[in-house]
Every structure is written in structure tokens, then in C-alpha cells.
Design a protein around this ligand. Structure first.
Ligand code: AMP
Length: 112
């Protein structure tokens, strides 16, 4: 599969890793939209888009949010953070491997 995030997980494309476990990988976005911009993704290419999420993915999605909360504590993001998932063309999704943007590091602007 020609997926840039799968290549990052496989180590074929370099990334700035911030967290990894059996099911989840987190790394800094190459084009940050906030002082801290981390992408949190499932290691397996289980879904291309959040539009495909079903009840069977509940444990995975909960784990991803748990990882983000842990990262916020570890990175000292006491002020909070924003989680964004672009789902589909209208939202501007460019990479078809489920991912969550974690934005933080200061007062964030209003959402579109
Ligand atoms: P989206 O537009 O929601 O699909 O988000 C895809 C994100 O992946 C964008 O914010 C890109 O900047 C980011 N991105 C693309 N290629 C890389 C890469 N090689 N390393 C880190 N982030 C990347």
C-alpha cells in the first residue's frame, strides 16, 4: 500500500517520534499549525478515514485519546490542547490513514 504514514511506521520515511506502543505511533507534524503539532495514528492501516469508524474500533479510539492525554502530561501542556481529525475532501484530509492532530503550545485560534 502506498501510504506515507505506513512508511513512517515502517521506518522507510524519517519522523520525529514522540510516542510508540504496540498499536499507536505519535510524531511531530512536518508542517506545524501550532507551536506543538503532533500526529497520533494507529500503527495498523485499519482505517483510511474517521468516516469509517465503527463500534468495533472503540477500544483503539479510546486508547488514542488516552495516549494524547498522557503526552499532554509528559510534554507539560498544562494549558490544554485541541484534537482535530479531518475526514474527507471538504475537511482537507490529505493522508488516507486515520490520524488525529494534537495542537497545543499556546492560545489557539478559533475553529473554522
Ligand atoms: P490531513 O491534512 O488531516 O490529512 O493531515 C495530514 C498531515 O500530515 C498534514 O498536517 C501534513 O503536514 C502531515 N504530514 C505529511 N507528511 C508528513 C511527514 N512525512 N511527516 C510528518 N507529517 C507529515
Amino acid at each position: 500500500m502506498d501510504c506515507i504514514f505506513c512508511k513512517i511506521i515502517a521506518g522507510e520515511i524519517p519522523s520525529k517520534k514522540v510516542y510508540e506502543d504496540d498499536t499507536v505511533y505519535a510524531f511531530y507534524d512536518i508542517a506545524p499549525q501550532a507551536p506543538v503539532h503532533i500526529l497520533v495514528i494507529p500503527k495498523e492501516h485499519v482505517l483510511s478515514c474517521a468516516r469509517e469508524i465503527g463500534a468495533e474500533h472503540g477500544a483503539l479510539i479510546a486508547h488514542i485519546y488516552e495516549v494524547m492525554a498522557r503526552l499532554a502530561r509528559e510534554l507539560g501542556l498544562e494549558g490544554g490542547y485541541r484534537v482535530v481529525t479531518n475526514a474527507g475532501e471538504d475537511a482537507g484530509q490529505t493522508v488516507l490513514h486515520l490520524h488525529f492532530h494534537m495542537l497545543a503550545g499556546g492560545q489557539l485560534g478559533a475553529m473554522a
